[in-house]
Write a protein that binds this ligand. Structure first.
Ligand code: SF4
Length: 446
């Protein structure tokens, strides 16, 4: 038996949007042996199809497994914003649903003037028209899609801002938003791709021993001296956000939420009361929203503390990157003028409205941008660890298919222990360690 037999379907989906065609082909054993998975295989596939300006989606060997936070799929493409290759992490249930839908990697090439949806289940890919979703707000589009396509468990959607060709559009995973700050939604819309829908009905025969290993690893996480289970606030704390901003969440938080098989919820559902100033005689109503974008929320709260949650929700509804909106939103203004600004921003591609990446932390900017500019700049809080820690840790997670945020929060999760999910034989482990170290270096171009 080969090392990765239990961890992949060994299938790659190839979609040509120009022809509305799809095929599923075997995944080359050799690529997996040399690259292990996730972002490293994505890069390889990207190079093979480079002339077609492709989008590659891929999972790692541990995606969907008993390893903690095994939720990850990675989108690799040429960022329209930087012109360079970038890798956007997709969490929640996207990775496991993709793997359990029967494919491990997806290559999307070509373009079409009529918007399309890709529906993937049981190792097959169907290409449907998406015209009925054009310009619908994200919640409405997701609801409509769920009615049209049965068992549409995980959805990657380009919202109305992307339909309008807006540069700072961001994809939404269902209605939750995403960490897309590199133009994935813009890329999708420019090729005529409206949504990718996974229906993961299958599973893979992960070894029973992996279950016990997963439980042991969760114990290690809980025993870490900086373990604090406060949902979204925990990450704000770890990235040094001021208390005025954190107070907004303290006041509005209803519950914390986690992705697939994650023992540490870092997202929260919040509620707020508000009155829509754009409507005459609007009653005060209670609304709620999901928060998973820590840096986007922080940027918005710093700009408009009192209205941050309402404005976040508006960005999510229209499929806009909150960080870019927060940067471009005028400092002065009322809730009404701010909502109008966001609505106008989602309607028209304005070449003057280009936000700069204002990140100024310790992590080298090129590494931060390489992984989509949305993964929080969490430092291990250990003077011994240098600034290369963040990039190496994120690259490792993106190869194996586990959440980079969890791996940054808990530096006590050792790579050797993650690799033991794949093999416990010393020789194999040593060779896997060597391969992953060289892949990390190559991805980071160190
Ligand atoms: S750490 Fe947060 S983003 Fe990562 S898997 Fe857990 S809940 Fe999801």
């Amino acid at each position: 038996m080969k090392l990765f037999d239990n961890f992949y379907n060994m299938k790659v989906g190839i979609v040509d949007l120009s022809e509305s065609s799809s095929a599923v082909v075997p995944l080359d054993d050799q690529i997996i042996a040399e690259k292990i998975g996730g972002v490293a295989v994505n890069e390889d596939l990207f190079k093979r199809y480079e002339d077609d300006d492709p989008l590659i989606l891929g999972v790692g060997p541990l995606t969907g497994s008993f390893a903690p936070a095994s939720c990850l799929s990675v989108a690799t493409f040429l960022s329209p914003q930087t012109g360079n290759l970038c890798h956007v992490p997709l969490m929640l249930r996207i990775g496991p649903e993709m793997k359990f839908s029967g494919i491990d990697f997806l290559v999307i090439k070509g373009s079409t003037s009529q918007l399309k949806i890709l529906h993937i289940e049981k190792g097959t890919i169907q290409v449907f028209s998406a015209e009925y979703l054009v310009k619908l707000a994200v919640p409405e589009a997701v609801q409509t899609l769920r009615k049209k396509i049965r068992h549409s468990r995980s959805i990657i959607l380009a919202g109305p801002a992307a339909d309008n060709g807006v540069f700072h559009a961001a994809v939404s995973m269902g209605v939750w938003g995403s960490l897309d700050k590199s133009g994935l939604a813009y890329w999708m819309a420019s090729k005529g791709l409206k949504a990718i829908v996974f229906n993961g009905t299958g599973g893979l025969p992960f070894s029973h021993d992996n279950l016990a290993m997963g439980r042991k690893m969760v114990k290690d996480i809980v025993s870490f001296n900086r373990f604090r289970k406060e949902g979204f606030i925990t990450i704000l704390d770890r990235i040094g956000v001021e208390s005025e901003v954190k107070k907004i969440i303290v006041k509005s938080k209803k519950k914390d939420l986690a992705c697939y098989n994650c023992p540490f919820p870092c997202m929260s559902y919040v509620e707020f009361n508000w009155r829509d100033p754009r409507l005459k005689e609007s009653p005060k109503i209670k609304e709620g929203t999901f928060l998973l974008d820590h840096t986007g929320f922080t940027a918005m709260a710093r700009k408009r503390q009192a209205d941050a949650l309402v404005l976040m929700k508006e960005c999510l509804n229209l499929g806009l990157d909150t960080s870019a909106v927060a940067e471009l939103l005028p400092q002065e203004g009322t809730l009404e003028t701010s909502l109008d600004f966001i609505s106008d921003m989602a309607k028209a591609d304005d070449e003057n409205q280009v936000a700069e990446n204002l990140y100024q932390g310790d992590i080298p900017l090129d590494k931060y941008v390489l992984f989509g500019s949305g993964i929080p700049p969490i430092s291990p809080g250990d003077a011994e660890v240098d600034s290369s820690f963040w990039g190496k840790r994120v690259a490792m997670s993106m190869i194996l298919g586990v959440c980079p945020i969890l791996m940054l929060l808990f530096p006590n999760i050792h790579i050797a222990n993650l690799l033991k999910f794949i093999t416990v034989k010393n020789d194999d482990l040593e060779s896997l360690q060597a391969i992953i170290s060289s892949r990390i270096q190559s991805i980071l171009m160190d």
